[in-house]
Each structure stands twice: as structure tokens, then as C-alpha cells.
Ligand binder design. Structure first.
Ligand SMILES: [Zn+2]
Ligand SMILES: [Zn+2]
Length: 482
């Protein structure tokens, strides 16, 4: 099974590379191809396959012989009335099956629309591109705190017992295991591939709890320096040793101006590398760091990451279901079109077009289903495409040392599914929302993650020098697959 999936992935990579070699930026082209193919497929299904396979009252069948669309529209109410009166049972069947297929078509369109338009989330923009004012909405301290609580709940931790300075309304925080605090602490490195930014911007990108840590360090540094200076210049009181403005305030909702004030002008404008939280990776096509990066996908013209990964999976599943229904129900007509071309009677769809779309649906559908299965397996294991490769490497090296690799992001297969889709007990949404066309935010903010308890917030069985940093070069084959 996994050998087939590897072959399918290789196939996708080849098609994408060929496209890239031919036209450069293939995203918009691939999206157009997809929309045209699926649109044509849906049209063929409803005008050709559906009438040939489903129970349809006679009055409605006769309508199909009317050639002009205007006549069909005018005659439709009458035909519907006659059908309800004369053949109520088949009319009910017809209505039920129409609703069912329209629902599948709607979910196919909706999930694809969502995966193409919801941003995967980048380090620079966060999960939404439309929040210029970070004090409200995404990026505000309220928003961060909500996600922090969601992460703690996802990891089955009680957020009030974490003792984090970030959780304010918790009261007594004695007797909490120190590891829980470590589990919830975000880890980050710096991206050498992104464009450097100023220190004030870099600090503004950090979640408030991490920024507070930076600020606390600076505070201690300042107090020490002041003590030193006071000792040395004990007779020179004219020297200014007051703290930079805001250094001793704890404001969650700091904008660049406040940060700049306590950094001081010199440090504020210092050029540094942008931060890169754990699980994010640099995309060379998008030229930025993407939160919980999975891969860059030309079929949706953007990356698959934290913000849109759930729609990516839903899209593959609905697409797989739709194309399988299409191929199965359309098989009879495909056989007829191929073996008995003279008996082909559809006025609206040409025989060759029908055959081409039918074959395409079958091949693409099977390929996407295999690919979806591969992704579902990774979700069950709590890893992304990139992590799948990294973890395989870690597991091999751990084995050589007679140790066992433990993925810190894996909380058991069921919990992994629940946190991935943000549904189920302890998560923000109910299971049934998976079947509805509704927008659902991820449980994580891209910085804090639900981690397996007792590992101190790191993988088990990985030597520190062995950890991948994303600076080693491009990850082998993981990123370009779609
Ligand atoms: Zn980067
Ligand atoms: Zn990308």
C-alpha cells in the first residue's frame, strides 16, 4: 500500500516539475485546469449520468427531449406538478438523490475553495492576513490566551495549573509538575532563508509569553548594569541611569512603538533574522516561513500549513468520493461510448469529451484517494510530511543507540485526529462540523502545541546534535509533493 502511495506521490511530483519547467509559476494554471475539469465533470454528471442511472418520473424524463433550455425552464413547474401527482414514490426518490448528489458537489466545491483561499499561516502574517491592528482579533493578547488555553486543553492539561506568567487569572499555582510548563512553552529558532528584519519587528512577531521572557531578561540585565554603574560612579550622580520607557510594564498588547521604546532606538533598528517557531518551515516558492508547514501544492497555488491543512484533507476526501461515484455510475455510459459509438444519444455531451472526463476522473480520483490515505496515516501519527521524513531518520538513529524514538506531538491516534480537525471532546468544535461547510480555526496558534506529557517538550530518543534545523538545505523529497 505504501509503495503504491510513494509511486503516486512521485507521479504528482513529476507532473508538477514538468509544469514548472514549462511555464515557471504553475499554480494559477493548475488551479484553472482543476476548476475546468471538475466543473465539466459535474455538468456531465447532472445532465448525462444522473438521468441515465436514477429513478426519474416520466414527465421529467420527457423534459430532457426538449432541446432549448428556455423551454425546459418554462415547462419545469408543470412537469414537477404532474410527477408529484402521478408518481409520488419515484418523485421522492428523485428529490432525495438530487439533494444527496448536490450536497457532495457542494462539499467538493467548498473544500477546494477553502483550501485555496484560507492562508496556511506564516510567521510574518500569523494565521490571517487581515489583522493590521494586533490589539484586536488575531494576534491580540486575548487571541493568544484563547489559543494557549485550547492547546492546554488539547494536551489534556489544566491551563490554570501551568504556572505560566501568561495565564493571569489562575490564582494559586503551587504543586504543578514543572514538565507541564515546559510542554506548553513555545520553542523557536531563526530562519536564515527569510529576509532579515528589525529587532522591533522580530519581537512584535513573538507571542506575548515569549516576548515577556525576552523583556524579563532585559530587565535583569538592566538592573545588574545599573548596580554596577552605581558602584563605579558612586560620587557621580549626574549620569542618567533611568530605565527605558515601558521596560518595567507588563503589557501583552504591545505594538512596535512600545517595543521600540523599551528596546531603545539603537537595538530597535538592529537587523536580525526572523524567528521560526517549531513545526514551521521555509517555503522556497512562497519565500517565507509557513506555520506547521506540510508542503507547497501547485494544485491550490499555495502552501498546505496550519491554517488550511484540514480543508486540504477534506478536499481530498470529498474529491475522492465524488470521482468514485462519477466513475462507478458513469461506467455503463463509458462502455457504451467506447464500444457502441453509434448508439450514443446525448445531445449535450460529446462522446469523446465524456470518455476523456470519465477516464480522467477515475485516474485522478484513485490517485487522490491513495494520497489522502497516506496523509491520514501521518495525521494518526501526529506528523506533517516534513516531520514524517525527519522522524523516520530520528527513529533509525535512535534504534542504532538502542533507544526508542517518541514523537512529542503524537498524543495517540484518536487524539491526533481530534487536534488536527479541532473536533471532539475538549476541542473547540463538535464532530458533526466535519460534514458541514463551516470555517473552523485550528486549535494551535502556530507557536504553542499540544505535546505528549513527560517528555519535557522535546522528542524522545533524539540526540540534541541530531535535530534538523531546516538550514541543512532543502528537505529531500518531502516539500514538493502535492
Ligand atoms: Zn524562512
Ligand atoms: Zn509555499
Amino acid at each position: 500500500m505504501w509503495a503504491i502511495s510513494a509511486a503516486v506521490r512521485q507521479g504528482f511530483v513529476r507532473v508538477e516539475r514538468a509544469g514548472e519547467a514549462l511555464v515557471g509559476h504553475v499554480g494559477p494554471l493548475f488551479v484553472t485546469i482543476y476548476v475546468v475539469l471538475v466543473g465539466t465533470g459535474m455538468w456531465i454528471f447532472f445532465v448525462c449520468i444522473f438521468p441515465s442511472q436514477m429513478v426519474i418520473p416520466e414527465a421529467l424524463q420527457n423534459l430532457a427531449h426538449t432541446k432549448s433550455p428556455i423551454h425546459i425552464l418554462l415547462a419545469l413547474p408543470g412537469a414537477l406538478g404532474t410527477s408529484v401527482m402521478q408518481e409520488p414514490a419515484s418523485m421522492m426518490q428523485c428529490i432525495a438523490s438530487t439533494i444527496c448528489f448536490l450536497y457532495i458537489a457542494l462539499m467538493m466545491i467548498w473544500s477546494y475553495y477553502m483550501v485555496c483561499t484560507i492562508p496556511p499561516g506564516t510567521v510574518m502574517d500569523g494565521l490571517s492576513k487581515s489583522h493590521p491592528e494586533k490589539r484586536l482579533g488575531p494576534g491580540s493578547s486575548l487571541w493568544w490566551r484563547l489559543h494557549y488555553q485550547q492547546v492546554a486543553a488539547a494536551a489534556n492539561l489544566t491551563p490554570c495549573n501551568t504556572g505560566s506568567p501568561f495565564m493571569k487569572d489562575c490564582g494559586a499555582v503551587e504543586n504543578f509538575p514543572a514538565t507541564i510548563e515546559q510542554d506548553l512553552t513555545a520553542r523557536y529558532r531563526f530562519c536564515k532563508k527569510c529576509l532579515p528584519i528589525t529587532m522591533e519587528t522580530a519581537l512584535a512577531l513573538l507571542p506575548p509569553d515569549l516576548r515577556l521572557r525576552e523583556k524579563t531578561n532585559r530587565r535583569e540585565h538592566f538592573l545588574r548594569a545599573r548596580q554596577e554603574r552605581a558602584k563605579q560612579n558612586s560620587y557621580n550622580h549626574s549620569e542618567d541611569i533611568s530605565a527605558p520607557q515601558g521596560l518595567f510594564d507588563n503589557i501583552d498588547d504591545e505594538g512596535q512603538a512600545e517595543i521600540s521604546a523599551w528596546l531603545g532606538p539603537e537595538e530597535a533598528h538592529q537587523i536580525v533574522l526572523p524567528p521560526k517557531p517549531e513545526r514551521s518551515h521555509h517555503c522556497r516558492t512562497c519565500k517565507t516561513c509557513v506555520l506547521k508547514y506540510d508542503h507547497h501544492c501547485p494544485w491550490i497555488n499555495q502552501c498546505v500549513g496550519l491554517g488550511n491543512e484540514r480543508y486540504f484533507i477534506l478536499f481530498m476526501l470529498w474529491f475522492g468520493l465524488g470521482t468514485m461515484i462519477f466513475s462507478y455510475m458513469g461506467w455503463g455510459l463509458a462502455y457504451q461510448a467506447f464500444r457502441h459509438p453509434k448508439t450514443w444519444s446525448s445531445m449535450l455531451v460529446h462522446r469523446i469529451l465524456y470518455l476523456a472526463i470519465w477516464a480522467k476522473a477515475l485516474v485522478m480520483g484513485l490517485a487522490v484517494i491513495v494520497f489522502a490515505m497516506w496523509h491520514l496515516r501521518m495525521i494518526a501519527r501526529g506528523e506533517t510530511s516534513v516531520e514524517n521524513q525527519d522522524n523516520a531518520h530520528y527513529a533509525r538513529s535512535a534504534k542504532k543507540r538502542n533507544e526508542t524514538f517518541v514523537n512529542m506531538y503524537s498524543l495517540g491516534w484518536l487524539r491526533n485526529f481530534q487536534v488536527f480537525f479541532n473536533v471532539g471532546p475538549g476541542m473547540a468544535h463538535k464532530y458533526y462540523t466535519l460534514l458541514l461547510p463551516v470555517k473552523i480555526e485550528p486549535y494551535s496558534d502556530g507557536w504553542h502545541w499540544a505535546k505528549r506529557q513527560g517528555l519535557n517538550g522535546v522528542h524522545g530518543g533524539v540526540a540534541p546534535e541530531e535535530e534538523f534545523t531546516d538550514d541543512e538545505g532543502e528537505p529531500a523529497e518531502a516539500s514538493p509533493v502535492s
